[in-house]
Write a protein that binds this ligand. Sequence first.
Ligand SMILES: Cc1ncc(COP(=O)(O)O)c(C=O)c1O
Length: 435
Amino acid sequence: MAERMDAYWMPFTANRQFKKAPRLLARSEGMYFWTPEGRQILDGVAGLWCVNAGHARPKIVQAIAQQAGELDYAPPFQMAHPKAFALAEQLAALSPAGMNKVFFTNSGSEAVETALKMAIAYHRVRGEASRTRLIGRERGYHGVNFGGISVGGMVANRKMFGTLLAGVDHIRHTHDPARNAFSVGQPEHGAELADDLERLVALHDASTIAAVIVEPISGSSGVLLPPKGYLERLRAICDKHGILLIFDEVITGFGRTGNPFAAQTFGVTPDMITAAKGITNGAVPMGAVICQQKIHDVFMQGPEHLIEFFHGYTYSAHPLACAAGLATLETYADEGLLTRAQPMAGTFADAVHSLKGLPNVIDIRNFGLVGGIELAPLPGEPAKRAFNVFLECWEQGVLIRTTGDTIALSPPLIIEKSQIERIVDVVGKAIRKNA
Ligand SMILES: Cc1ncc(COP(=O)(O)O)c(C=O)c1O
């Protein structure tokens, strides 16, 4: 086995550890994966925050197969195919009012790069070319391309890659366990952390700042929630200074918080949303930037035969992705999945918070169908305790995810109470075992 695994350099993986004891998946359906040996694995993380409707959903499978035989590819530059328009229209309809223009990419990372470029170009075409600075947030994750890691705030993703993009700064993160540990839902304390943007405006001047990008809920850096009033305050400060607000909803989009987008759940409308993952239920790579009409309209000037925005990908609006996307949205609608996290949130919150008091559990965070259980690190070995819990859960037939010493849960939105209980039971036992 080991030799045949040599060629594949795995992403965000402890390659040597993995290849000594591989964790392989061969099949999936509904809430489950199966290993090549036929062992059933309950999916506690929707694959990687993307399989929101559960695995191998028939409408999606069929749509992809049919599309592959009908129109396998269509060039997206100066050409199009009908499903691209249909999907854009449906995504716009799901988005907050006024957010009705959709630019397709192939991943969350590309959606982020697209939004950042769009923001800088937007200011330029409307005559404020000095607005080139991009502001991210500490502990933010915005994918792995250069723009994304520059505005991102996870040190391991940044430190190996040189000086990154120039002209980027960061506001403080919102994680405040001293005041907010074990909050159920949105924490009470920390709205004032949004004022950190005023500090950067005072330092750089608003006339140099194009946009601020934040995740409404930070996922990859450990399920960090927005304190009550925080996003509202960030919106107000952006408005005051003419700064665009980008919500990176790559994980919070498509029902994770109980609405199509977290912008709706938290009642704050950004200027752009970056999305991916749940657009196609993870079945075909796709991302998108959904923006306000006003952003798009500014570009629509000059001679009509000229390209307005010099940006795009060979696979933007790929026919297979569009077919998968349309079938995914239909599946979400058929089963009410984009709001199902609302009725399930209480059950989920009770379950994850029942882990309070277990050895080394130092915080538990939750919202909708997202949970974060933070463990005290093993002395001198950060991330190892949580990784050991992950390995134990795998052995017991439950797939979770860990980031640092936080266990992140984000199950498919079709999950039932008994499955939530099973996940939490297995996680609890694994935490005890690794005390
Ligand atoms: C908030 C956020 N932005 C961007 C990305 C990057 O998406 P992708 O891995 O599809 O490039 C992710 C991936 O987890 C994410 O969580």
